[in-house]
Design a protein around this ligand. Structure first.
Ligand code: XMP
Length: 546
């Protein structure tokens, strides 16, 4: 993005890691004492910056996102094979707009500027960037010149690309060749092969640029000479080694939530240190139908991991009685969760480490920092008392969600676990809206949700949906069933597609699936006489109701 509607993403900050491994770079997620080919994406604040890093990794090269003003010495120490400058919301000639430090272009490694990243480079090197009357947003036709130059060689002369900019490049800097244009961009791509500098105005990282991945691949292989094939699974050996070094023969504890992140983190740590790991499943009674049993079966029976299953259902329900207000529900559940976890942890005197399923996107979204700042929800057990002073073990810290699934699969977790849709820490409690959480309502919601999951899976749609679930608004309405009047709850079906939960669209579920789910929920779940469908996107709605 450049000078378009302002995205609101936060920039990542430096990430000190608690490991006793000497890391000369200050400890970015991927750097830790590991010698591998990597590319650094310098983030100018664009809404697709994370996606750029993901796409580069999909090409088999490790990529990491750093703030655009990261200290040059730190960058040099990482010895990246190339730099990518991301897009960003600013206009290059606006006061206070992030500028490009030209030393970055003198590191003798190739640089690819994307959108704002291209404009800032062109401006710094004496080309001409100016505001345009209308800008270019969305699908745009791109025409190649110079047979695509080095960067886009072999690609079709005319192709579609995705644009999102107002300013544009009118003249490439001296020494550069202009490689493409579009109706609103006289110079939509340019390169100086001598100096290894490349720029593209469009976004190669989004699916609406069909040849985008090929361009990134060419940049990595032909220009930057990257040869290795990085994969998420290659992280396994590296992390096993790292975990062993970090914890030595110390005891490690891990809270399992039933979700793929904590499950994968636990499985990875178990692979590294076996019985030094103890997992704790706090059953707060707010899990989905059969979920606690599945976790016990997978971990204790399937993987042979020591697992303490704490039945804390009554404790949670007692504390939730009479509480309507969503934030209070969340707070109570968070507090109680920590209390139960703490009690269990105190029974294990030799434990000094806590495993967390923190992902790369949590690290970036949370703006970085150490310890509690990176804890993404109560379920990852933040806020433990000071005398329970754990060091964190975060083996997934460098991975995106889809990469975690690849690791989970490689570690032999079942498909059901690997592909589990995200589930909030406070569980079903935040899906009972406008009234207290009690056993009767939980039972209704659990049963309705189980029916929906069954139908979604049967229709083969489970993996295509980011989340699909039921919500129980605490209102009752009149219905008729048989000869009698009913006065019962509605169930709302919520199903969304999304890449990262930051934005989401309501899923266009087939009518016959909706019909079956609706009939079954009303017929099979006592206490429900109506089913509604939530057709709101995020924003302005959120995925969950509370
Ligand atoms: P919203 O509802 O904000 O949700 O669009 C975005 C993602 O976060 C999950 N979510 C939560 N996860 N504790 C969690 O661990 C929570 O309190 C919570 N609230 C929402 C939600 O399921 C979605 O994936």
């Amino acid at each position: 993005m450049s000078a378009g509607p302002a995205p609101t993403e936060t920039l990542p900050e430096e990430q000190p890691i608690d490991a006793p491994v000497v890391d000369p770079t200050g400890g970015e997620a991927g750097a830790v004492g590991v010698d591998r080919e990597e590319v650094l994406v310098l983030d100018f604040g664009g809404q697709y910056s994370q996606l750029i890093a993901r796409r580069l990794r999909e090409c088999g090269v490790f990529a990491e996102l750093l703030p655009h003003d990261t200290d040059i010495e730190r960058i040099r120490l990482r010895k990246p094979r190339a730099l990518v400058l991301s897009g960003g919301p600013a206009s290059v000639y606006e006061k206070g707009a992030p500028s490009l430090r030209t030393e970055l272009l003198e590191l003798e490694i190739p640089v690819l500027g994307i959108c704002y990243g291209m404009q800032v480079m062109v401006q710094a090197l004496g080309g001409r960037v100016e505001g345009a009357e209308r800008g270019e947003f969305g699908r745009t036709e791109l025409e190649l010149r110079e047979e695509g130059g080095r960067l886009m060689q072999g690609l079709p002369d005319t192709q579609q690309c995705w644009m999102s900019h107002r300013d544009c490049v009118y003249e490439a800097p001296p020494g550069f060749a202009a490689l493409a244009s579009s109706p609103g961009s006289p110079v939509a791509a340019c390169e100086d092969t001598e100096r290894g500098l490349y720029g593209i105005q469009f976004h190669p990282e989004v699916v609406h640029t069909p040849h985008g991945q090929a361009i990134l691949e060419r940049f990595l292989r032909e220009v930057a000479g990257c040869q290795e094939q990085w994969s998420a699974a290659s992280v396994i050996d590296e992390q096993i080694d790292r975990i062993r070094k970090q914890v030595g023969d110390g005891g490690v504890i891990c809270g399992l939530s039933g979700g793929v992140d904590s499950a994968t983190a636990a499985a990875l740590v178990h692979e590294a240190i076996g019985d030094q790991l103890t997992c704790v499943l706090v059953d707060h009674g707010l899990l989905r139908k059969g979920e606690a049993e599945q976790v016990v079966e997978t971990f204790r029976e399937g993987l042979g991991i020591k697992l303490i299953h704490v039945d804390a259902r009554k404790r949670f329900l007692d504390r939730l009685a009479g509480v309507d207000e969503p934030e209070r529900k969340r707070m109570i559940i968070g507090e109680e969760f920590i209390r139960v976890f703490e009690e269990e942890a105190r029974k294990l005197p030799d434990v000094g480490y806590l495993v967390q399923g923190t992902l790369y996107s949590d690290v970036i979204e949370s703006g970085g920092g150490t310890g509690a700042a990176t804890i993404k929800s109560h379920h990852n057990v933040g806020g433990l008392p000071d005398d329970l002073d754990f060091d964190l073990v975060e083996p997934l810290r460098m991975l995106f969600k889809d990469e975690v699934r690849a690791v989970a699969s490689e570690l032999g977790l079942s498909d059901r676990m690997v592909w589990r849709q995200p589930f909030p820490g406070p569980g079903l409690a935040i899906r009972i809206v406008g009234g207290e959480v009690n056993e009767e309502r939980l039972e209704i919601l659990r049963e309705a949700d189980a029916v929906l999951q069954e139908e979604v899976r049967a229709a083969g749609l489970y993996r295509d949906l980011w989340q699909s679930f039921c919500v129980l608004p605490v209102v009752r309405s009149v219905g008729v069933q048989g000869d009698g009047r009913t006065y019962a709850y509605p169930i709302v079906i919520r199903a969304v597609t999304s890449d990262d939960a930051m934005t989401a669209d309501w899923a266009r579920l087939p009518y016959d699936l909706l019909e079956r789910a609706s009939n079954r929920i009303i017929n099979e779940v006592p206490g429900v006489n109506r089913v509604a469908l939530d057709i709101s996107s995020k924003p302005p709605a959120t995925i969950e109701w509370e």
